[in-house]
Design a protein around this ligand. Sequence first.
Ligand code: CTP
Length: 400
Amino acid sequence: MLTNKKIILAVTGSIAAYKTPELVRQLVKQGAEVQVLMTRAAADFVSPLSLSTVSKNSVYSSVSDNDQWHNHVHLGRWADVMLVAPCSANSLAKMAHGLCDNIVQAVYLSATCPVLVAPAMDEDMWIHPSTQANVQKIQSYGNTIIEPEHGELASGIIGAGRMADPERIVQFVAGFLAQKAEKQALSIYKKALITAGPTYEKLDPVRFIGNYSSGKMGIALAQNLAQQGVAVTLVLGPTKETVSMPGITVVKVESAQEMYAQCEAVFEEMDLVIMSAAVADFRPAEQAKEKIKKKEDLDHMTLELVKNPDILATLGQKKTKQVIVGFALETNNELEHAQAKLVKKNADFIVLNSLNDKGAGFGTDTNKVTIISTNKPPYELPLQSKADVAREIINYISRS
Ligand code: CTP
């Protein structure tokens, strides 16, 4: 089940550390290569000699031992998964706050692999608001918690906080890695280009023509694809949303012309292109160098606008191997307009948003869409979070 998997087991100072030789034994039995790290407190509960014997590897208790430096960055990259078990309340707090005063924290902060955390502590410590806040914090960093069990604790109290049984942890790790491999195999795309957010078309140094798009839908799509191992280029218009995730290269742009240039530069190498940006169709014919002054004797002002490139339509014409997905935001005759865009822009799918649907469209955290394609009837999705909409869109186009 774990054949050739490289696992870092980080043992921290909790009584449950006495169970770790059995945990290592089971991981090794399943075919994993295990590198054990320990904090100094962990050595009060389990001997490094036991762990090095069962893991068949030296145990690292410090960033350097004698005259040897253990490259924590290398360790964090070497592993398929890092398992912190048992994770004490103290180590959990350090992980939540980025402290780095021992080898476990140094490797954790450097790890590019997924990190699984099996907390172990007395019930009162486990349910304390600060511990629970720390759990949420490390989950928000993308780490996964292996929930502690209910049972007899070191204090003699019966309650929650006991480290999950070694057998359950091994099953969890195996299931986690199998699911990750399945996701990677599932993704038929290697490289994806996504546009998101609004564009701003400059009028003068202080004014622009723009729209209310937040970019949240495109960001959710980028995150979903990156989680599946797809290399994503996200061309992002001006928005206050920030994106930082391994696998996503963010290219910030302001105007439609800039967005077009960045998309064109990478289009050829892409397998999947999703244009969710709300691109301004027109821009001011001229950008004034100085602020445009109000003319006291004029009650009206006319702005001359010129057409922007239609990024989706232009790339649609250049399509070779790419699957192209466009968006359509409509207020009336929605299906008809979306279907017309599918043909006109040579897209494979159009994701239709109707401004008549509550909770759909710009700025919200939810969306309600219908996916249009040539050979199938419209596929209507319920109102749900943008993350769930993203997952359903990707699943649908991957299956089609
Ligand atoms: N789009 C684009 N470049 C533009 C305008 C739109 O790439 N200059 C893309 C959008 O990212 C979206 C799709 O085209 O994927 C449809 O955008 P939408 O604004 O709904 O349609 P328009 O073509 O602008 O047509 P209209 O405004 O008349 O509805």
